[in-house]
Design a protein around this ligand. Sequence first.
Ligand SMILES: [Zn+2]
Length: 179
Amino acid sequence: MSGRGGEAEVLVLDTSAFISGYGAPGSGEALYTVPAVKGEVREGGLQRLRLENAERTGVLTVLEPGEKYRKEVQRVLAEMGETRVLSEADTQILSLGLQLKTEGKNTAIVSDDYAVQNVADRLGLGIKSLVTRGIKKRYRWTTYCPGCRRTYQDPPRDGVCQICGTKLKRRPSTEREIA
Ligand SMILES: [Zn+2]
């Protein structure tokens, strides 16, 4: 799946995409993200400054997806049985992706989250994975439960929370590079 979206004109970024360095000037594609992602990028941090600078210079557009597209994404999520897995930020990213695609733009989602990639694929969106850029290895990742917020040092093999049964997700736990 990660090879898709190579010719996308428009990229919709999730939080880990910013932390991995997307949003720097001169990357070519039009970049979009959603208010919930902006809220997840730590205030005062380097990534937040980069995000705000990209927004100010017009490289990045922060856009709230239309209600119509949110509803369509919710419908597809329910159909796929994915409703518990996705955060508000993930739902907004997918809704905005669908909206931009519907407006005729060749749109790809930038996310390493497997559930997000699955839904993006179902919606007919392109997918760009950070793994393919070889950046991911430079960051530490924390496995956590989006349901009960428990974090795992040693993630269970089945990828499901041992406390509440929600599918586990990962997030970058530090902005520092691992040399
Ligand atoms: Zn849990």
